[in-house]
Ligand binder design. Structure first.
Ligand code: NAD
Length: 495
């Protein structure tokens, strides 16, 4: 997948507005580094309100024709996008890995296939999206129209760049809206490639607009623009709070998918060997940079020592490597800023009295990777549930172990954070599993599994992890406005 180069050899991105590739109107750009080398890699348009204005105008102009296409015509466009993504899987996977630092095997088998699947899924879903009809008394029928909102804003984070961007764009477009998307400035490369794909396949101009730039300028301008009818956001709880305030003042619809501090709850009757392997995956996949990763591992005291020793051995065996190597399981953290934040959190855990059982330091890789943002997967024990390490999201390869005795104690610890995104429970007792599922404060509870996703299910968080739900019909409901139509007709023939 090619892109323009700057004079200094950086890959130059541009905005995609009304079907045209444009620089920021102010002419400014900023650079970002490759996570694996620490060297500058991309030049990104430093867009602001002027570019958002242009993109919203483009999206508005495209709305009447896009929203009046038949459902099957819109679905066909989404299928085309999906096929084009699958046809370019290798190039997109390479771009995602270079931009984000994640292992190429993950980009190839998770990020890019799932991005294609998002478009396919919502292409199919919109053809099955039915509205309600209510019949209360003779001669009266109510039905509900679910109409597209108009121009909507989609703002996405850096951890699953194309995967989460397409998870928003696909339902928005399927429902008949036109979109202005603001991908993360930390990982904008595959969004740029998506724009190129749109141009290549002749996707209708102005239907999908992509504006690059920082959150505080381009992102904020997108949220405040009065022509944007709804904002779908995934990112940190802090940013979500800011967006919620801005949108509330304009009575705008918002969907907020935010941070987490997810508990992994291991009961003594679990299948120990399998649980250790799965908990390792749940804690450290994508370098722990998945909002659903379990970062607090609660283990019933009866098996605590055995479980801890087995898990620590597994963590010590995970070595960060070149993200482009096929065999690498742990890549680089996404940016220098995040790398420093994660290392700072590890230092804080040590100061608080945590005992580092594995990792705990930056990982030093040879040659060109010496300046990369690699951190050894880290496992810590000995910290109380209420300390900062166990309360605040680290969003990196860092997990803590916390012992518990009873089910009630596990629940108190699990629910004792401001977040409520996901939880996993590991037990062979069916009753324990059901009781825990009912009492955990989380948007998703996995029992004896993790990250098993059915795209039809409602996805989102409780408490400070989320407002609203994505996934399946929930997303299509968010991106449409219901209108009740009430009809009275005569029940007397010939009247
Ligand atoms: P972030 O909040 O810093 O940024 C997310 C996006 O918001 C970026 O595109 C950014 O440019 C934009 N943004 C920043 N400030 C803005 C503002 N004032 N107005 C409008 N847009 C603004 O988050 P991040 O660091 O990119 O992502 C990591 C966070 O995302 C973690 O907290 C993680 O848990 C969360 N996350 C949640 C989910 C979920 O489904 N709940 C999924 C993935 C990531």
């Amino acid at each position: 997948m090619s892109a323009e180069k700057t004079a200094s050899g950086l890959t130059a991105l541009s905005n995609f507005i009304g079907g045209e590739f444009l620089p920021a109107r102010n002419g400014r750009t900023f650079e970002k580094c490759s996570p694996a080398t620490g060297e500058p890699a991309l030049s990104i348009p430093d867009s602001d309100a002027a570019d958002i204005e242009l993109a919203v105008a483009g999206a508005r102009a495209a709305f009447p024709s896009w929203s009046s296409l038949s459902v099957s015509q819109r679905a066909e466009w989404l299928f085309k996008l999906s096929r084009a993504i699958r046809d370019r899987l290798e190039g997109l996977a390479f771009a995602e890995t270079v931009d984000n630092g994640k292992p190429i095997s993950v980009s190839r088998t998770v990020d890019i296939p799932r991005s294609a699947q998002n478009f396919e899924f919502f292409a199919e879903a919109i053809t099955q999206f039915a509205s309600e009809s209510h019949h209360a008394e003779p001669g009266v029928v109510n039905y509900t129209l679910r109409q597209p909102l108009g121009v909507v804003g989609c703002i996405s984070p850096w951890n699953l760049p194309l995967y989460l961007l397409s998870w928003k764009i696909a339902p928005a477009l399927a429902a008949g809206n036109t979109v202005v998307a603001k991908p993360s400035e930390v990982t904008p490369l595959t969004a740029h490639h998506l724009a190129r794909i749109c141009a290549e396949i002749g996707f209708p101009k102005g239907v999908l607009n992509i504006v690059h730039g920082r959150g505080t300028t381009a992102g904020a301008a997108l949220c405040t623009h009065p022509g944007v009818k709804a904002v779908s956001f995934t990112g940190s709880t802090r940013t979500g709070g800011e967006i919620a305030q801005v949108c509330a003042s304009q009575f705008k619809k918002v969907s907020l998918e935010m941070g987490g501090k997810n508990p992994t709850i291991v009961f003594s009757d679990c299948d120990l060997e399998r649980t250790v392997a799965e908990v390792l995956r749940a804690s450290f996949s994508n370098q722990g940079q998945i909002c659903l990763c379990g970062s607090r591992i609660l283990v019933q005291r009866k098996i605590y020592d055995r479980f801890r020793d087995a898990l620590a051995a597994g963590v010590r065996a995970l070595h960060p490597g070149n993200p482009l190597d096929e065999s690498t399981k742990q890549g680089a953290l996404v940016s220098r800023e995040h790398f420093e934040k994660v290392l700072g959190a590890i230092e804080q855990a040590k100061i608080l009295g945590g005992k580092v059982l594995a990792g705990g330091r930056p990982a030093q890789l040879p040659g060109a990777l010496a300046g990369g943002f690699f951190v050894e997967p880290t496992l810590i024990e000995g910290l109380p549930p209420e300390c900062a390490t166990n309360q605040e999201e680290i969003f990196g390869p860092v997990a803590t172990l916390i012992p518990f005795d009873t089910e009630d104690e596990a629940l108190e610890i699990a629910n004792g954070v401001r977040y409520g995104l996901a939880a996993s429970v590991w037990t062979t007792n069916l009753s324990t599993a059901h009781r825990m599922a009912a009492r955990l404060e989380a948007g998703i509870v996995w029992i004896n599994c993790w990250m098993l996703r059915d795209l039809r299910t409602p996805f989102g968080g409780w408490k400070e992890s989320g407002v609203g739900r994505e996934g399946g019909l929930e997303a299509l409901r968010f991106f449409t406005e219901p209108k009740n139509v009430c009809i009275q007709f005569s029940t007397v023939p010939g009247a």
